[in-house]
Design a protein around this ligand. Sequence first.
Ligand code: GLY
Ligand code: MN
Ligand code: MN
Length: 505
Amino acid sequence: MSDTSEQSLADRGSNRSQRPQSAAFIDWVTSGWADRPASTAARGAAADFTAVRRATLSAEFPGQRLVIPAGAFKVRSNDTDYRFRPHSAFAHLTGLGSEQEPDAVLVLHPAADGEGDELPDGTRSGHRAVLYMRPLASRDTEEFFADARYGEFWVGARPTLEDMAAVTGLATAHANELRDALAKDVGADGVQVLVVPEVDDAVEAVVEEIRETPQAELDARLAEALSELRLIKDAHEVGELRAAVAATAEGFEQMVRRLPEAVAHRRGERVIEGTFLAKAREEGNDVGYETIAAAGSHATTLHWTDNDGQVREGELVLVDAGVEVDSLYTADITRTLPVTGTFTADQRRVYQAVLDAADAAFAVAVPGNRFRDVHAAAMEVIAARLEEWGMLPVTAAESLSPEGQQHRRWMVHGTSHHLGLDVHDCAQARREMYLDAVIEPGMVFTIEPGLYFQADDLRVPEQLRGIGVRIEDDVLITANGNENLSAALPRTPEEIERWMADLLG
Ligand code: GLY
Ligand code: MN
Ligand code: MN
């Protein structure tokens, strides 16, 4: 047997090159570096807000230790990872965003009276928060030059504990202190430890080992509380969402400008997708979800993300896209546009029905109504219009009854979802806090009715087959009503035609 055949499969990734191992090399590579410049880390704009968010969570879990991991790298293939994105609950409670901070764990330790973290208003939380992380390694370590996943030579310098404390306003500690800190005072009558499930397997395993018996229900309660904590956005979050929407609106403009190139390309949908992705990376962290660029009848596939089709003159193109800014808040906007800038009569008819449904939904998206009322208002318009067009086998009223719902053949999705750090934000909230909840100021959700007439749907009038329309806006609930955050993008057919004529010159 040769030497290489005895090598484990896991080690063979190193066969493509040879790292020098000599003492002379290690001495050479770890020395001769200038002092690092003085830290310029400044308190982040989110720090005061995250302190309040943590205190609100604290009040729901008195005496319990709460473990909120950022998560670990996810393998894309072989030894390449996806770009790191922290878990949204971690981002919400630390203010840390793009690529910060793999393997970090936020822990809220229960604190005795008067010993919890101080809030901006001088009161105290019931917990003391500590961020455990892998800090910058010094330059005399192997990690510095040899670790392709974490080393400074490979991925750049990580923040120090002091820098991270300055930016977040959190106490920070080395990750190797995490285990002992989690185990402190845990026991039959002692502290209970709760961990957000399915974020970081390694952290979860440590917690399971410490508490001995599984506590899945408690963990689920923590995940639920973290989700519900985001139902009302604070001023900092609203600012970030505005920035995400503004960047997204610019992305839509750029996509329109490139429509002629999209038409000329064999995969014009990719031209549209790529244009938006470039904008998202230039202005923010990424897209908040895979862009849907659906030309012609592809628009009737709700999550058309293949985007490998042609874009043809005379057809509509449905684009559903959102920029996720560096803080990880995302927009979620859809516009359905005529490729050449002018709607046909049939396209306009379908478009206007969806627009009327959206306007009806906006009218009831106000404090005091229930979240479910928004969908109901949109469906009333959709059912009425389908009845008018002779498409329903029953009356609109019968279709709207729970036993009917025939109109949903052409819009199977909901009209609204909360929006924030996740495109489908607050997804673990209880039904009574979401669908059945009373709408309150500070909520941000989408309004996105649609009509999708598949090309081979024999129940659709022939001239409407293959037309799919969705109009999606991002809505902030205010004290007395709502604000359409995405109003800068035109919505009516006339506004769209004018806007496209301007952009296409
Ligand atoms: N883009 C996904 C959605 O609109 O919910
Ligand atoms: Mn949406
Ligand atoms: Mn969308």
